[in-house]
Design a protein around this ligand. Structure first.
Ligand SMILES: Nc1ncnc2c1ncn2[C@@H]1O[C@H](COP(=O)(O)OP(=O)(O)O)[C@@H](O)[C@H]1O
Ligand SMILES: [Mg+2]
Length: 488
């Protein structure tokens, strides 16, 4: 209704623009009426939305909505990991400003529509919304391209393309900035920053995680249906918020799930989460993982299991030895919002993405760690070493966490890991000691670091042809091998 009014009023304004004596007056009437019929923006944030004012303001600044120079076309990207609130932010912004445009359109899932109906499906939706016609009969791409070109170029339009997950989608849609009328705004939402840069976005807005205060507020609304934590639930609330770590999707799902349950149910649900992350949340996060190439998947899993907070150069060195081309791989993970680089040097992966990676490693045989590709904690390593069975899937073991309980582990099972490429055992694990004889080590090993290595030499059968780095600080080693090794 509002849109129709605005449109009619603009047409009216155009018609009388030559009618100089009255045009100023009519312009005033147009302004007043437009203002009356326009939605009132700031009050439209629903009670369920928290902490949105600041991102909204930032985004408006990037869109140059507040500047006088409103004639150029501006393209702004919104990016961030799944569930962080990209679509929510774009929707709120759209509701707030769309009335200021001649035509507007919000395509809410480009990836799905493109997948189901191809570029024509998206273009149809775009044209139908922009021109408020139910059925735009366009039967082929060139007709659609033509329509977009001819009809949008004279209008000030607001276009939002949500959930673009491949660059080709934008290319095929043929929505070029030069085809949009003066003052138009194009907002592209994607988890992948590279797509946005490649398209030539003027700016990219990265949606931040919720701060502690807003996270608590959202959680309380969902879990207690009020604005404060209920008595006796304080520390459980802390654990839940620690788990969700500022991700609105996780806070909402978790809060809604816990609503109405008693303290013991909360406790057991939160403990269970550690072993079995919530499916609703993981399904959303997994979309980004599934879209990765094999090599990037391996890098993602290594970071999730071993290095969620480690120095970038250190991680890259290990990944290089693993044969994973980390320079490009890490860049791709950053672009896809799966990791960030903190302070220019530290790789940071959100806790829930780390959980996702670890659950992917466990998923095929959750109760048989010897079948996994990676081991990263004492409990599972202990299980595998004690079982002492063939573990041919195991590629990497990195034990750097403080070992909670004191135990002595037999090392024979290391001889059963013929594909082991990376082995790191650090002395934070001082509660851990090893017994038995090491007869064999995988010839695939490229990186071997074992602080306080307990034996006096490496196994004589070990052929270290692929070994690039060997670190045995504080070890009992006296000689590398018994006898002489001939390089092959
Ligand atoms: N600031 C916020 N306040 C309250 N809920 C939010 C906020 N941001 C996102 N959400 C909720 O989190 C969920 C995921 O948000 P969504 O915008 O779909 O994420 P994305 O598009 O980044 O995957 C949605 O249920 C949404 O309502
Ligand atoms: Mg979304």
């Amino acid at each position: 209704m509002t849109k129709i009014w605005s449109k009619e009023l603009r047409i009216l304004k155009q018609c009388v623009s030559n009618w100089k004596s009255q045009s100023a007056e009519i312009e005033n009437i147009v302004k007043v009426v437009t203002n009356i019929v326009s939605p009132k923006p700031s009050s439209s944030l629903s009670d369920d939305i928290v902490g949105m004012h600041s991102p909204l303001h930032e985004l408006e600044k990037l869109l140059l909505l507040l500047s006088d120079d409103d004639v150029r076309v501006r393209v702004v990207g919104i990016c961030g990991m799944g569930g962080i609130g990209k679509s929510t932010l774009a929707t709120i912004l759209y509701g707030k400003i769309s009335h200021q445009y001649d035509s507007s359109c919000f395509v809410d899932d480009v990836s799905r529509i493109y997948g189901d109906y191809g570029p024509l499906g998206v273009q149809k939706q775009l044209l139908c919304q922009a021109f408020m016609q139910e059925n735009f009969s366009i039967c082929n791409l060139s007709l659609a391209n033509n329509l977009i070109q001819t009809r949008l170029c004279h209008r000030k339009v607001l276009l939002v393309l949500d959930n673009v997950d491949e660059g080709i989608q934008l290319e095929k849609l043929a929505i070029k900035r030069e085809r949009l009328g003066r003052g138009s705004r194009l907002i592209i939402v994607s988890r992948d920053e590279h797509i946005l840069r490649e398209y030539g976005a003027d700016e990219v807005f990265k949606v931040p995680l919720l701060n502690d205060e807003n996270a608590l507020q959202l959680f309380c609304r969902k879990a207690f249906k009020c604005n404060h934590v209920a008595k006796d639930y304080e520390s459980l609330t802390d654990s839940a918020l620690k788990y969700a770590n500022g991700l609105p999707l996780a806070i909402k799902v978790l809060g809604s799930f816990l609503f109405g349950r008693d303290v013991s149910e909360w406790s057991s649900a939160l403990i269970r989460l550690k072993e079995k992350p919530t499916k609703d949340i993981m399904d959303v996060l997994r979309i980004s993982f599934d879209a990765l190439d094999d090599m990037e998947k391996e890098i993602f899993l290594d970071i999730a299991c071993f290095f969620p907070f480690k120095r970038e150069e250190y991680v890259k060195e290990i990944l290089r030895i693993r044969g994973f081309y980390p320079d490009i791989g890490i860049r791709i993970l950053i672009d896809k919002s799966l990791i960030t680089i903190f302070d220019g040097w530290e790789i940071v992966m959100h806790d829930l993405l780390r959980e996702l990676g670890r659950s992917i490693v466990r998923e095929k045989s959750p109760h048989e760690p010897r079948k996994w590709s990676r081991l990263w904690n004492q409990k599972d390593l202990s299980n595998v070493l004690r079982e002492n069975k063939i573990a041919e899937n195991l590629e990497a073991i990195v034990l750097r966490e403080f070992c909670i309980y004191r135990e002595e582990l037999p090392v024979e099972a290391l001889s059963q890991m013929s594909n082991l490429k990376l082995l790191i055992i650090l002395s934070l694990t001082e509660n851990l000691s090893f017994s038995g004889c090491l007869h064999f080590l995988s010839n695939e090993l490229g990186y071997l670091e074992w602080e306080s290595y307990p034996f006096t030499c490496l196994p004589s059968s070990f052929q270290p042809n692929k070994l690039v780095k060997l670190i045995l600080d504080y070890s009992n080693i006296k000689e590398l091998w018994k006898g002489i090794k001939v390089e092959e």
